[in-house]
Design a protein around this ligand. Structure first.
Ligand code: KG4
Ligand code: ZN
Length: 340
């Protein structure tokens, strides 16, 4: 079974060819980070235009590397939600064009499910499991049953974890995206430098806005007083607190649901402290932690194709997973409300 994956929900244009749900024949990614860096964040209109400019060439490259033609493709998997609406529409429209011209069914994929299924490309994941979804736009604890059905246990009430990393990095003036920089700085700082109170929210819910504000207020206070501080100390205090909270709540969910597997998903799953701390703490409880390799943590189309592969595999009737030309992009949609 050959699935062509298409991803364009944010600032990466990606097209992949996946064989039989396991073999990535190609996974081409054109990142726009260098373009958006200048503005300190993703500019939606620029993102859409870049997707339009790149997508046809990325398709050619993905097909060439996989050594196939569109005649070999059984299904087209495309991210339809959530994301920047203009960006999503580029991928969705492109998928519809290919589908119509080559008579290939479209399987719409929820972006977060893509991040979760990235784990299935590289690991033998035993279900049920708890997925911690941490990206620039999302922070959720999701229960995934043996039947591949998803239950959202909780999520952020304000900022997503990646978003708060990027905002703190912007205030510190250390570049965009901030997550990878804060990740590196953690090891050169003192995590006990700034005491940040833990927000009081539901047991599986998160709030990062107060933590982010505590850091920003500290920076402003120091600037006003004309006092110096070590940026690494602040980055370490911030990331240390965030990772403690993520680990505590994820482990609680795993214990409560009596599952022995935790998977990390989304761009922030690349964070080295989160990976090591969660793995270590889970090990003491006999729980295994899995995460995708670096390349599959951030947005890519192989994970979208993989999510579609499992949709087909779990469906009573494959046609239940297909969308017609009425398919539209949706900017905001909870993972459990996936419509296909
Ligand atoms: O999943 P993703 O590529 O895009 C969204 O769907 O949002 O995630 C991007 C986010 C950014 O906020 C970025 O700062 C964060 O992932 N990120 C990291 C790391 N690498 C990327 N955050 C912390 N540590 C990292 N190593
Ligand atoms: Zn993503």
């Amino acid at each position: 079974m050959i699935i062509l994956g298409i991803e364009s929900s944010c600032d990466e244009t990606s097209i992949a060819v996946l064989k039989d749900g396991k073999e990535i024949l190609s996974n081409k990614i054109s990142s726009q980070i260098a373009i958006h860096k200048e503005y300190g964040g993703v500019v939606p209109e620029i993102a859409s235009r870049q997707h339009i400019k790149n997508i046809a060439a990325i398709l050619d490259e993905a097909l060439a590397e996989a050594q196939i033609t569109l005649d070999d493709v059984d299904y087209i998997a495309v991210t339809y939600a959530p994301g920047l609406i203009g960006a999503l529409l580029v991928g969705v429209s492109f998928a519809k064009g290919l589908s119509y011209a080559h008579n290939i069914p479209i399987i719409p994929v929820h972006h977060i499910k893509g991040h979760i299924y990235a784990n299935f490309l590289e690991h033998d994941i035993k279900l049920p499991c708890i997925a911690l979804v941490v990206s620039g736009g999302h922070t959720n604890i999701v229960f995934m049953g043996e039947d591949h059905k998803f239950v959202n246990l909780g999520g952020t009430l304000d900022d997503a974890v990646g978003e708060s990393c990027d905002k703190v990095a912007r205030v510190l003036g250390i570049g965009y995206p901030g997550g990878p920089v804060i990740d590196r700085m953690y090891y050169e700082g003192d995590r006990d430098f700034l005491q940040i109170p833990e927000p009081k929210v539901g047991e599986y819910d998160f709030s990062f806005s107060g933590i982010k504000t505590a850091v920003i207020n500290f920076v402003n206070k120091m600037k006003m007083k004309g006092e110096d501080f070590k940026q690494e100390d602040l980055a370490a205090s911030f990331l240390g607190k965030v990772v403690d909270i993520l680990c505590k709540k994820t482990l609680k969910a795993a214990k409560d649901k009596n599952v022995k597997t935790i998977i990390l998903a989304g761009g922030v799953a690349a964070n080295s402290l989160l990976r090591s701390q969660l793995t270590e703490e889970a090990k003491k409880l006999g729980i295994g932690v899995y995460y995708p390799s670096m390349k599959l943590c951030t947005d890519n189309a192989a994970m979208i194709a993989e999510a579609a592969y499992y949709k087909i595999k779990c469906a009573k009737n494959p046609e239940d997973c297909f969308a017609g030309l009425e398919l539209n992009g949706i900017a905001s949609l909870e993972v459990t409300k996936d419509m296909y």
